[in-house]
Design a protein around this ligand. Structure first.
Ligand code: PMP
Length: 407
């Protein structure tokens, strides 16, 4: 049974006071808090299992390697990949997309080729492609979204040409909360023989993601957003692509043999993992996934939906309130502005009441341009938030409105 009060006991930070008030943490899209079991796992790793992986014949190195490779298999089951060889550990979503832009780009993209992204992408799914434009003159095509914050699928279907080589889209928008129909996006792309990268940074913490069911060619996510440690993330890629792609970085681990005349590369997944991996954090991430799945992603999605519905209902009654993102299928993110109140002022004043929200462009400036605004206030929920915390948010927003004379 889902019991939020019991769950909160696993997150010591939620008992914090800020400015003498209980912390109300509503910045979960930026990063999630860590359950005790994850922190204990990291400590245990450094205290009892610390030796460099893959290289050692000694016991401790074997032990660390077993734990690290066990975590890879845990990532495989988490997203239902066909093989653990298709799981590449990276520093996070950003590094994973940079890897694909660089390696897929180098291998498959020529001058004049096209990559489709959407107008609601995080900068980390825009800038890597622009950086690649310094190597090849690729063209970025953009799927627009409608007033509800849903992608225009008719326009999307029209964007394909003979030069389209990749679609790279977010599963869930970190600003609008929209859950994009990625299965349909992939189906359409595949009917043109075009592979798809899914940015799962905001979906993996909230819904069950199954790469084989989606038929995704690449899926990327960050450990720190799924209740795991910072500094580690995943790139899933279908073997057929990863095997053909040139390596991203060079160094130890990713080679089979090196001489000054010729170097041969290691097999998957090591070909893409140059240098010592963060083998302590990968184990912490596996523990986080165990924790999340022990609660159940179905239960999480259901409970967070209740939080979102309740908060949305309350917000709609506040005069001057504008909510950005009203998609039919939406994750627990509430981006808003109140007429006459700058998002930054709203964020600062809520903070003084102990309520942590994010303000600004949320690393999605093109999205802001589409909306014709500079930024929003964003409250993003997790399964450890409560209805009482939603009440505090609503009361806080109303209080700020009162201070600005917006009634
Ligand atoms: N994509 C989306 C949709 C995101 O929300 C974020 C983080 N805000 C990222 C990518 C980047 O993730 P990271 O900073 O962990 O690499």
């Amino acid at each position: 049974m889902f019991d939020v009060n019991q769950i909160r006991k696993d997150f010591p930070i939620l008992d914090s006071q800020v400015y003498g008030k209980p912390l109300v943490y509503l910045d979960n899209s930026a990063t999630t808090q860590k359950p005790l079991c994850v922190v204990e796992k990291l400590t245990d790793g450094y205290l009892h299992h610390n030796a460099n992986v893959h290289r050692g014949v000694h016991f401790l190195s074997q032990d660390a390697t077993d734990l690290h490779e066990g975590s890879r298999r845990r990532m495989q089951t988490f997203i239902n990949a066909a093989s653990s060889d298709e799981i590449i550990f990276t520093r996070g979503t950003t590094e994973s997309i940079n890897l694909v832009a660089s390696s897929f780009g180098e291998t498959f993209l020529q001058d004049g080729d096209e990559v489709i992204v959407s107008a609601m992408e995080h900068h980390s799914n825009i800038v890597p492609w622009q950086l690649f434009q310094q190597r090849r003159k690729i063209v970025l095509k953009v799927i627009p979204f409608n007033d509800l914050g849903e992608l225009d699928m008719d326009v999307y279907a029209q964007l394909f040409t003979e030069r389209t080589k990749l679609v790279s889209v977010t599963h869930v928008s970190n600003v609008l909360g929209t859950v994009n129909p990625v299965k349909e996006i992939i189906r359409i792309a595949h009917s043109h023989q075009v592979p798809v990268l899914v940015d799962g940074a905001q979906s993996t913490p909230h819904l069950k993601v199954d790469v084989q069911d989606l038929d995704a060619d690449f899926l990327v996510f960050s450990g720190h957003k799924v209740y795991g440690p910072t500094g580690v993330g995943v790139l899933y890629g279908k073997r057929q692509w990863l095997e053909q792609m040139v390596p991203y970085q060079g160094g130890g681990e990713m080679i089979q043999s090196v001489s000054f005349e010729k170097t041969t590369f290691n097999e998957l997944p090591y070909k893409f993992e140059a240098g010592t991996p963060d083998f302590i954090s990968t184990v912490g991430l596996a523990t986080a996934i165990d924790y999340v799945e022990s609660i159940g992603l179905g239960e999480i999605a259901q409970y967070e939906q209740q939080l979102l519905d309740y908060a949305t209902e309350q917000f709609q009654q506040i005069p001057g309130m504008r909510i950005f993102g009203q998609a039919h299928h939406k994750s627990a993110v509430l981006s808003f502005l109140v007429d006459g109140i700058h998002h930054y002022d709203m964020g600062l004043l809520l903070d003084k009441m102990g309520i942590a929200v994010r303000t600004g462009h949320h690393c999605a400036q093109p999205l802001m341009q589409s909306l014709g605004i500079e930024g929003t206030v964003r409250a993003s929920f997790s399964f450890y938030n409560t209805m009482e915390e939603v009440d505090k948010l609503v009361a806080g927003v109303k209080r700020v409105c009162g201070m600005f004379g917006v009634k």
